[in-house]
Design a protein around this ligand. Structure first.
Ligand code: GLY
Length: 337
């Protein structure tokens, strides 16, 4: 039994769990069909697969799961385990937080992105049309499980790059030494993701979540790169060529550091370092004038906005950020032209 399964076994025993539901990404289930075998001998387990992809982060899919839970006669004492990447952690967390007004759950993240971000901190939710995380709750998992890095071996390059975007973000907001290590990385492969990087990102995230669990102020810095990132994600989803979340965040880091340098907030040499790191691993797209207009429309829908301005994380340099910085909409558009 590996460390993750063994820890989960202890935690479920301690809570006298009698019924376990594993909500899994169908791709992950297919890749790891026997992962929970040792556990399901002890705890009656029901498996509920959801189709892979962000399209499953929807109210329709949540309803499917609520119905399946009802049909399986799950009561408030059911324990839900979300097994997959960010989509499953967000969707499964939302289903757990709302089913019968809330049941206990934990996340078993299988992607780099979920290990360092989605599985931690209690945010959950679904998208509405192309508006990301439009409906959701804050609800902390019962406990966190140790990461099983062997899952990284089966990630596609796209998924790895997606997690890497969040990793760069974590380094910028709270781990400047990690940023230097990332700058030294020539090629991204599952084998050269260092366990220490994941641990560092998790502790950066814990720190901000502890200070501001309901995302009222200080936790906003975790959204670095997300103002442009969410808009880019929404635009590409609308165009039928979806981009992975963390990939959009990486592009968002590129544009936000540029924007901050242009308005005199960020040291130019630090903005250049972010630009070089992003360009080494990601293709920065050229947007048409129509796309720029639509990106700005999406940015206006961001939950943090205030009257004609878009709220960004204030980036002054690597390891030097603070929560809110209001920027006029026309400046936001100028940077992406
Ligand atoms: N992913 C940003 C947060 O958890 O606040």
């Amino acid at each position: 039994m590996n460390a993750l399964v063994s820890e989960l076994q202890q935690q479920l025993r301690a809570r006298s769990v009698r019924k376990l539901v594993v909500i899994a990404d169908a791709t992950v289930s297919a890749l790891y069909p026997h992962y929970w075998d040792e556990l399901s001998h002890e705890f009656p387990t029901i498996f509920m697969d959801v189709p892979a992809g962000d399209a499953s982060k929807s109210i329709a899919q949540a309803e499917q799961l609520w119905l399946q839970l009802l049909e399986a006669c799950c009561d408030r004492d059911v324990f839900i385990l979300n097994f997959g990447g960010g989509m499953v952690c967000d969707l499964g967390g939302f289903v757990a937080a709302t089913y019968k007004r809330g049941v206990r759950f934990a996340n078993c993240p299988t992607t780099l992105l979920a290990m360092i971000d989605a599985a931690i901190g209690g945010k959950n939710g679904v998208n509405v049309r192309h508006v990301k995380n439009c409906v959701g709750t804050f609800c902390q998992p019962e406990f966190e499980l140790p990461c099983d890095l062997s899952f990284l071996q089966t990630l596609s390059e796209k998924e790895l790059l997606s997690g890497f975007g969040e990793l760069i973000k974590c380094a910028i907001i709270g781990a400047p030494a990690l940023f230097c290590e990332l700058e030294a990385l020539e090629h991204l492969t599952p084998g050269n993701i260092q366990p220490g990087w994941i641990d560092k990102c998790i502790s950066v995230k814990h720190e901000f979540v502890k200070r501001d669990p309901y995302d009222l102020h200080e936790r906003h810095v975790l959204n670095l790169g997300h103002t442009y990132g969410h808009a880019i994600e929404s635009l590409f989803a609308e165009e039928g060529r979806p981009v992975a979340h963390g990939e959009a965040v990486a592009l968002g880091l590129f544009y936000e550091s540029r924007l901050m340098a242009q308005i005199g907030q960020c040291r130019q040499e630090d903005a250049d370092r972010v630009e070089r790191l992003v360009r080494r691993h990601y293709r920065v797209p050229a947007f048409t004038e129509d796309e720029v207009r639509r990106l700005v429309d999406f940015m206006q829908q961001d939950k943090k906005n205030q009257q004609g301005h878009v709220v960004f994380v204030q980036l002054r340099g690597i390891g030097d950020v603070s929560p809110d910085c209001r920027v006029a909409l026309d400046l936001c558009a100028k940077v992406i032209r």
